[in-house]
Ligand binder design. Sequence first.
Ligand code: AMP
Ligand code: GLY
Length: 423
Amino acid sequence: MNILLIGSGGREHALAWKLAQSPLCDTLYAAPGNPGIAQSARCITLDVTDHEAVIAFAREKGIGLVVIGPEAPLVDGLGDSLRAFGVPVFGPSASAARLEGSKGFTKDLCTRAHIPTAAYARHADKAAALADLARFGLPVVIKADGLAAGKGVIIAETAAEAEAAIEDMFGGGFGDAGAEVVLEEFMVGEEASFFALTDGRSVVPFGSAQDHKRVGDGDTGPNTGGMGAYSPAPVLTPALEARVMAEIIVPTVETMAAEGNPYSGVLYAGLMLTEAGPKLIEYNCRFGDPECQVLMTRFEGDLAALLLAIADGQLAEAEAPEFSDDSALTIVMAAKGYPGTPEKGGAIHLPETPEAMIFHAGTAMKDGVLVANGGRVLNVTARGETVTQAQARAYAAVDAVDFPSGFCRRDIGWREVAREKGA
Ligand code: AMP
Ligand code: GLY
């Protein structure tokens, strides 16, 4: 079977690496891919906003499965367009991808399905939003409804900050994403990510992870797309995972199906582990980046077979996903300036790293030299019997990477390393 993978980041490098290992996979194409993905796939130029062009490519190359990595093409309906021409796709329809594309949609679904989440209000009118603020107390969370590249969430500590955030969103500071806002109660607890795969009817757990969103050591500084992650997240004990499945994931899948809007693909739940139990912060309709890198490092099955079974609506007949008992940890090496304006073009020399896998997130080849071509550039990933061991191996590999215009956090996994020390 020929497979087409859409995307160009570290998440897609991890997916490409696993897909290419499948006995089912003949030729793997990646659009647009990157120099790391090129080790596992044939990288091609394809405008993924031009659905006709993607369909034409899939037909010409006899593509038996399209795997869509990022959220934008999913929310844009690329999956629907391909399925209409009979091409199997891993990834939800545009209508189901509203679980990520509209925060208000997801909150309303939680209400209908009795899913634990923060109290909220949706507002499409600025004056009404301002008038409604007081009842949420402080801090209060203000979110642009639509996709805002991870930047549409403001945690306001004061009323003035909250009002400014609302003014900014309705003033167009987040483009169309801010045409509607969601006000939310601030939840207190530890955050963890949980993944589930579903074909719209059956649903299976697909591992947990924790990431580090802030750019600086000790979880300080501005938010990023994620500076590192590890899997599993031991705070999500088997008992808590069972609750997340029963109280959050299964009701979501069942309600979406019952409402004629079945969700097929990966459901990535951002969770707050509160004193009252796990609550949903948000859904993403794709794998996390860099969470996918640690999941794929632990996944031991045939990824192409599993994703094809989901695309075909046959998850119930597929082998249950199996993961190594090892921990995996990934460190993001970013270009200096990230998350503001990253320095582009810095040269990178990669060593042989037998104990680590280096996924490419934002790289390019220029005159035969590997260079930085984005904010997050490399994901240095290792396994170990403990997070402490995986962390030591990953940092040993980081220290061997020659990337003078790059930087990384030195404390990825600190929470778990501290817990392991205390154990
Ligand atoms: P989101 O993009 O919805 O995941 O939000 C980004 C981050 O904001 C989350 O990872 C949380 O750290 C924080 N956050 C979002 N909603 C809430 C909430 N209701 N209470 C506390 N923190 C939140
Ligand atoms: N690492 C967070 C995300 O993929 O949304």
